[in-house]
Design a protein around this ligand. Sequence first.
Ligand code: ADP
Length: 363
Amino acid sequence: AALFVRSEEEPAFRLRASVGIEGPLPELSFSEGDGLCGDVAGHQSPVRRSGKGYHAALRMPQLTGGDPEGVLVVPLVADHRVLGIMVVAGKSGSFTQDDEDILALFASSAAVALSNSLLFEKTLELERLKSDFVADVSHELRTPLAVVIGNLELLSDDRFWKLEPQQAQFVSAASTNSHRLLHLINDILDFSKLENANLPMTRSPNELGEVIRQAAENLRRLFEEREINLRISIPDDLPLAEIDEQRIAQVLTNLISNAIKFSPAGAPVELSVTHDGETATVRVKDQGEGIRREDMAKLFRKFSQLDSKSTRKAGGTGLGLAISKGLVEAHGGSIWAESEPGQGSSFVFTLPLLQLTDDARAA
Ligand code: ADP
């Protein structure tokens, strides 16, 4: 028996699997219309031959049984396209209509499976191409944007020149929006690298508490602008965690800035950590408008922004939570949201903690 599959590179069918052919799988192919198999590929219906002497027409390598008696050639058809040809030969006597019906039935299921697997391979390939393209484009966009941002900073530096108030306003608007654009490009770049599993990550034993405090400190201006009081609670006995400090800080920055964005001015935000010796649970809790139950599943999807007044007002890319999820999961943790509409939201993530040996603990 032999299975020929339509080649992607050339207009031919190639031998991909066989049983009962002498030696290793030979390099063998045929085109439509070429020999008995080529005819079956052309008219898409099975062919049966009995007796001997058709072997030349079959254009197959020598079979172990010598010149076989009886052959059955069945096409694998999906969506009116022949994906492959199955040949069985060597039954003593001849193949019957029953044999043909059974093999045709098998061939139709095999064709569907083959078509699905080809589609799946193509989808993976397209995904890879898309991610590479997005990564390349984002990278190329960053270089000229860095020049724009640098020059705008220079323009707004009053040590060098004094701008008229309206000029200063224009420069400031251009600067804010260039930073927004840079943030968006960085998010897209990170996300495509995460999707491709090639976001570089350097993990080392770190004090999670310090990373959390630093991330909060970096956002102090935002807290002050919105008159939001941040309450931090971190236990003293928190073990070290093997993390990429920058990436976990990125997750925290995203969750904390969301909490600020979606809180009314003056409402407190709580940042707390608990642990059970094996896992740390980090919780960012706000008193904003909360999230509707039906929206919870959409939160961590890429480019997903919920349709609410505060979302439209806050702006953003809809990538922050998708990236945070990817980063937390790359660390072996998980992330989720808890919320009741009108009662604020909590974004919670876990991280595995380093298990110290008794000796290391004593030291
Ligand atoms: P971005 O904030 O950049 O739009 P995110 O992925 O961080 O993207 O968030 C996606 C959406 O989830 C937000 O647009 C908002 O609708 C919702 N969301 C996130 N955090 C909160 C929060 N703390 N309270 C209410 N809604 C939130």
